[in-house]
Design a protein around this ligand. Structure first.
Ligand SMILES: [Zn+2]
Length: 598
C-alpha cells in the first residue's frame, strides 16, 4: 500500500506504486491525462506525489524509449517543412515537460550517442543546463566552472543600454554606455537576449607586461582609444519629492525658502531655483546644491506651542544633490502621485570617462581595473600600424585557466579580419583549429602572435606578442562613486564617533590592523590622536567611583553622593562613558577607582 498525494493532499492509496507511476506517465504521453501533470514516486518514503499546481518550474526533455530517442529524423524533417509544430511534439509524447520532483526519477543523457539502456530522457541541447547569462559566454565549455560563475556575474554588472526607452524613464542610479557594440564572437543565445541591448565593446588586446602597471589583473588602456569614445558612459540619478498634506490643514510648500526657516543653509545653495522653487534643466550642479526648494510645517505641535511665534517656524526640507556628486540637470518632471499629491522628479546626469581604477571585464570572469592610461605614442604597435586598445599581463592567464578567453581573442581576430561574426556557442562553437587555418589564410600567424615594436624606443620586442580582439565590458564599479577623504566632518549624536559611510561624509576607519601597524612603528602619539575622535572629560568621584556633575553656573564639580566629596577630571572616550551608562541601565553599577598616575 502506497499513499498517493495530489498537490500535497492525501487522496488515496495504490497497491503497486511503480506500476501506477508508469501508467500515469504513459497516460500523459498518450494524451489521456493532461500534459501539465507530473508524478514523483519517492521510493524512500514510499509515496506517490502528483502535481498539477501552477508556478512549478518545468523544462522540456526528449523522451527515450528502449535506449532510443522517440524523436526521429522523420520528426525533424516534418518540423523543418512546417508540417509539425512544437506543440505537436508535446501532444505526440515525443517531448515532455518535467518538474523538479519528477526529474528525481529521470536519467537524462546529454547527447544522443551517450544514451544507454537505462536512460529515460535526452537533453534537447546541452546548452539547456546553463542559465541566460552563462550561456552567453562564448567558448564557455573551455573555462573552469568558477570563472564561468564570475563571468556571468560580471555580465549583470556591465554597463550597456538597459532599455530602448531609457529616454522616457527615470530609474535609480543608471549607467548608460554611449557606444555599445554587438560582440564579434558570440553564442547563439546572445542573439536571442543580448544583441539589441548589448553591453560592451570590441577592443584590440595585446598580452604583454607593461612596466608593472598591469600587474596581476590590472589593465593598461590606450589614451587615444578613450579620446575616441571607448567605454564612455553617463550616470543618471533621479531626485524625488512630494508635496505632502499634514493633519490640521498644514501643507508642504514648494518655493525658494526664506532665510528665517529652520535649517536654511548658505544663500548660494539656492541660487539655481526658479520662481516656482524648482531647478531648470541643463544647469550644472554640485554636492549640496538645492534642486527642489521645499519647506515643511513644524511637527509635534503642543497646545501652547501652537500659539507661540517661535514654534511656528517652518523647516527647510529642500532636496539637495548628494554629497560628493555633481552633474547636469537632465529632466524636470512635475506631476501627480497616486494619492493626488504634487510629485516632482529631477534627474541629474553625469558624464563619465574611464579613469584609473575603473573596473572592466571580459565575459570569462577576467576582471581588472585600469592601472595606467598610456599616451598613444608610448603604446606598442604592429608592423601594419595596429595599436592595441588594452594590454593585459600574461600572468593573469595560467592561474585562472580561462582557455575560452584566449580562444575568444583568436576568434575575435578572425572575425575582425574576415568581417564576420564568429560562433562561440558553448559545445557547438567553431573549433580553434578552424580559426587558426582561417587566420593563416588571412596572412597572419596561426597562433595569433605578431611582431610588435615598443612605442617608446621603437625597438622590436624579442618575443612574438599575442594580439587579438575581445569583447570587454565596463562594469558599474567606478572610482568616482567610491573615492572619499575627510579631515573633519559630522559625528553621530549618540556615540560622538565620526559617521560611517561615504553618503554621510563619514570618517575613514582606522581598524585593528591599521592600529597594529602604528604599534609596530612605535608611533604612540599619532595613535592617541587617531583614537580620540570622541574625547571627553568626565568628573569622577574619588569616594564612590561614579560620574559626577559639573555645575557650570557655579563653576564647580560635585558628586551626587555628597557635595563635599572630591571629584577629579578624567579624560576618556565618550563611547566609554556611554558604556558605563548602558551598564547602569542594566542594573550593573560600574565604579572607577582613581589612582595617582605617577
Ligand atoms: Zn560619589
Amino acid at each position: 500500500m502506497t499513499d498517493v498525494y495530489l498537490n500535497g493532499g492525501l487522496i488515496g492509496t495504490v497497491d503497486d506504486a511503480a506500476k501506477f507511476a508508469e501508467s500515469v506517465i504513459s497516460g500523459r504521453r498518450e494524451g489521456k491525462v493532461t500534459s501539465l501533470l507530473n508524478v514523483y514516486h519517492n521510493k524512500k518514503e514510499d509515496t506517490i506525489r502528483l502535481w498539477t499546481e501552477r508556478d512549478r518550474v518545468r523544462r522540456p526533455l526528449i523522451v527515450v524509449r528502449d535506449g532510443k530517442p522517440v524523436l526521429t529524423d522523420e520528426h525533424m524533417a516534418k518540423l523543418k517543412s512546417g508540417e509539425l509544430k512544437w506543440s505537436d511534439l508535446v501532444k505526440l509524447g515525443v517531448v515532455e515537460y518535467l518538474d523538479a520532483a519528477e526529474e528525481e526519477n529521470a536519467y537524462v543523457a546529454m547527447t544522443p550517442n551517450q544514451i544507454k539502456k537505462n536512460h529515460t530522457h535526452l537533453e534537447i541541447d546541452p546548452i539547456a543546463v546553463f542559465g541566460i547569462c552563462t550561456s552567453m559566454v562564448p567558448y564557455a565549455n573551455f573555462d573552469p566552472s568558477s570563472k564561468l560563475n564570475r563571468g556571468q556575474k560580471t555580465q549583470k554588472q556591465a554597463m550597456g543600454c538597459y532599455a530602448l526607452n531609457f529616454w522616457n524613464r527615470m530609474d535609480t542610479a543608471i549607467n548608460l554606455l554611449h557606444y555599445p557594440q554587438v560582440p564579434l564572437v558570440k553564442s547563439f543565445t546572445q542573439q536571442i537576449y543580448g544583441d539589441a541591448l548589448s553591453s560592451g565593446q570590441n577592443v584590440v588586446i595585446a598580452v604583454i607586461g607593461f612596466d608593472g602597471y598591469n600587474i596581476n589583473d590590472a589593465l593598461i588602456v590606450n589614451r587615444s582609444s578613450i579620446d575616441r569614445g571607448l567605454w564612455r558612459s553617463t550616470y543618471y540619478r533621479p531626485y524625488v519629492t512630494e508635496k505632502l498634506r499634514y493633519p490640521g490643514g498644514q501643507i508642504d510648500d514648494i518655493c525658494i525658502p526664506q532665510k528665517d526657516v529652520q535649517g536654511y543653509t548658505l544663500e548660494k545653495d539656492y541660487r539655481f531655483l526658479g520662481e516656482d522653487g524648482v531647478i531648470a534643466p541643463e544647469v550644472e550642479v554640485g554636492g549640496g546644491d538645492v534642486l527642489i526648494g521645499k519647506t515643511s510645517p513644524p511637527r509635534f505641535l503642543g497646545k501652547l506651542e501652537a500659539f507661540s511665534a517661535a514654534a511656528n517656524i517652518r523647516k527647510d526640507t529642500s532636496v539637495r544633490v548628494r554629497y560628493g556628486e555633481h552633474g547636469i540637470v537632465n529632466k524636470v518632471i512635475v506631476t501627480e502621485s497616486e494619492d493626488g499629491q504634487v510629485l516632482i522628479k529631477v534627474d541629474v546626469r553625469e558624464y563619465r570617462k574611464p579613469e584609473i581604477g575603473d573596473k572592466f571585464s571580459s565575459r570569462h570572469g577576467q576582471k581588472g581595473v585600469i592601472g595606467r592610461i598610456v599616451p598613444p605614442e608610448d603604446m606598442m604597435f604592429s608592423a601594419s600600424g595596429i595599436v592595441p586598445d588594452i594590454v593585459f599581463s600574461p600572468n593573469g592567464l595560467p592561474k585562472r585557466m580561462t582557455v575560452g578567453h584566449i580562444i575568444e581573442a583568436l576568434g575575435g581576430k578572425v572575425g575582425a579580419l574576415a568581417g564576420r561574426s564568429v560562433d562561440g556557442t558553448l559545445f557547438h562553437s567553431e573549433g580553434s583549429d578552424k580559426l587558426r587555418q582561417e587566420l593563416l589564410a588571412l596572412g597572419f600567424r596561426n597562433d595569433g602572435t605578431e611582431v610588435l615594436y615598443d612605442g617608446r624606443t621603437g625597438r622590436q620586442y624579442h618575443a612574438k606578442i599575442f594580439v587579438g580582439n575581445m569583447y570587454y565590458m565596463r562594469l558599474k564599479h567606478q572610482v568616482a562613486d567610491k573615492l572619499q577623504a575627510r579631515a573633519r566632518g559630522p559625528i553621530a549624536l549618540l556615540t560622538r564617533q565620526p559617521t560611517e559611510g561615504k553618503a554621510k561624509e563619514g570618517g575613514l576607519r582606522l581598524g585593528e590592523m591599521e592600529k597594529d601597524c602604528f604599534v609596530a612603528h612605535g608611533s604612540a602619539l599619532l595613535m592617541k590622536e587617531r583614537f580620540d575622535s570622541d574625547k571627553t572629560i568626565q568628573w569622577i568621584c574619588e569616594k564612590c567611583g561614579a560620574v559626577g556633575v559639573f555645575d557650570s553656573y557655579r563653576a564647580k564639580a560635585y558628586c551626587l553622593c555628597g557635595e563635599k566629596t572630591k571629584v577629579e577630571p578624567v579624560e576618556m572616550s565618550y563611547a566609554f562613558k556611554l558604556f558605563l551608562e548602558e551598564l547602569r541601565a542594566m542594573h550593573i553599577r560600574p565604579k572607577l577607582m582613581l589612582k595617582d598616575k605617577y
